[in-house]
Design a protein around this ligand. Structure first.
Ligand SMILES: CC(C)(COP(=O)(O)OP(=O)(O)OC[C@H]1O[C@@H](n2cnc3c(N)ncnc32)[C@H](O)[C@@H]1OP(=O)(O)O)[C@@H](O)C(=O)NCCC(=O)NCCS
Length: 206
C-alpha cells in the first residue's frame, strides 16, 4: 500500500494517488436477498468524499433499472447529449433492460449511491467485437459533479476488466466535453485524437 494516500483515521484508500477520493470505510452494503449469478460483491465499497459525504459503489443490479429510467427522464439535455450524443435518446424499456442487466464479465456497470441509496452516478464497460478491448462511459448526477465520482467509478472498472482479459479501454466523447476529458486525463488515458467529429482516448490496462 506504499504511496497510497492516507486517511485521517489511518485507513488507506486503496486507490491510485491520482484519485480525488478519499477514504474507503467499512459499511454493510445491503443488496437484497438475491443477487444475479456472477455478481462480483468484492467490488462493493463505501467511500468518504472530501466533503464528508459517504458514497457507496457497487455493481449494478437489475432492479436499478427503474432508477436509471427515472434519472434519464429527469436529466437535462446537455447531460443526455454528452452521454448519448443526442439530446433525445431513445431510452425505452428495452434499453433500460440492456443497461441494467449485465453479465459482469463482458459487460459491467458500477453505480454510485448516496447515503439514502439513491443513484448519483454510473459507469460501464462493454467489450467490443475484439474482446480484449472495451468501451467505457460514465454519467454523474448534475448535483454530484466535481467531487471525484466519475474518476472513482471509471478507475474501479479497471481491475475487473483486466481480470476478464481486457487489455485496453477506449472512450469516445464530444470534443467540447472538457469535464470528461479531464477525468480521462487524470486516469492516465491517452491524449485525445479527433475523428469524425468525436474525441477518442484509450488506456492499456495490461
Ligand atoms: C463528465 C462527468 C461524468 C464528470 O463527472 P464528475 O464526477 O464531475 O467528475 P470528477 O469529479 O471525477 O472530475 C474529475 C476532474 O474533472 C474536472 N472537471 C469536472 N467537471 C469539469 C468541467 N465541467 N470542466 C472542467 N473540468 C471539470 C474536475 O475538476 C476534476 O479535475 P481536478 O481533480 O483537476 O479538479 C459529468 O460531468 C457528467 O456526467 N457529464 C454528462 C455526461 C458525460 O459527459 N459523460 C461522458 C460520456 S463518456
Amino acid at each position: 500500500m506504499k504511496g497510497l494516500p492516507k486517511c485521517a483515521d489511518g485507513l488507506v484508500t486503496g486507490r491510485r494517488a491520482t484519485s480525488p477520493v478519499h477514504c474507503e470505510v467499512m459499511k454493510e452494503i445491503d443488496v437484497g436477498p438475491t443477487v444475479p449469478e456472477g455478481y462480483p460483491s468484492e467490488l462493493e465499497a463505501a467511500v468518504v468524499l472530501d466533503d464528508g459525504a459517504t458514497v457507496t459503489f457497487r455493481p449494478i443490479l437489475p432492479e436499478d433499472g427503474a432508477e436509471i429510467a427515472r434519472a434519464y427522464a429527469e436529466a437535462d439535455a446537455d447531460t443526455l447529449f454528452h452521454r448519448f450524443f443526442t439530446a433525445a435518446p431513445n431510452i425505452g424499456e428495452k434499453q433500460i433492460h440492456y443497461l441494467s442487466e449485465v453479465d459482469y464479465k463482458r459487460r459491467l456497470a458500477l453505480v454510485a449511491l448516496d447515503e439514502d441509496g439513491h443513484g448519483v452516478g454510473i459507469a460501464r464497460y462493454e467489450s467490443l467485437t475484439d474482446a480484449t478491448r472495451a468501451e467505457v462511459a460514465v454519467v454523474v448526477h448534475s448535483e454530484w459533479r466535481r467531487r471525484g465520482i466519475a474518476t472513482e467509478l471509471l478507475g474501479r472498472l479497471e481491475d475487473p476488466a483486466r481480470r476478464q482479459g481486457i487489455t485496453e479501454l477506449i472512450a469516445v466523447y464530444l470534443p467540447e466535453n472538457r469535464a470528461v476529458a479531464r477525468v480521462f486525463e487524470l486516469l492516465g488515458y491517452s491524449s485525445p485524437r479527433l475523428a469524425d467529429g468525436l474525441a477518442r482516448v484509450e488506456k492499456r490496462i495490461a
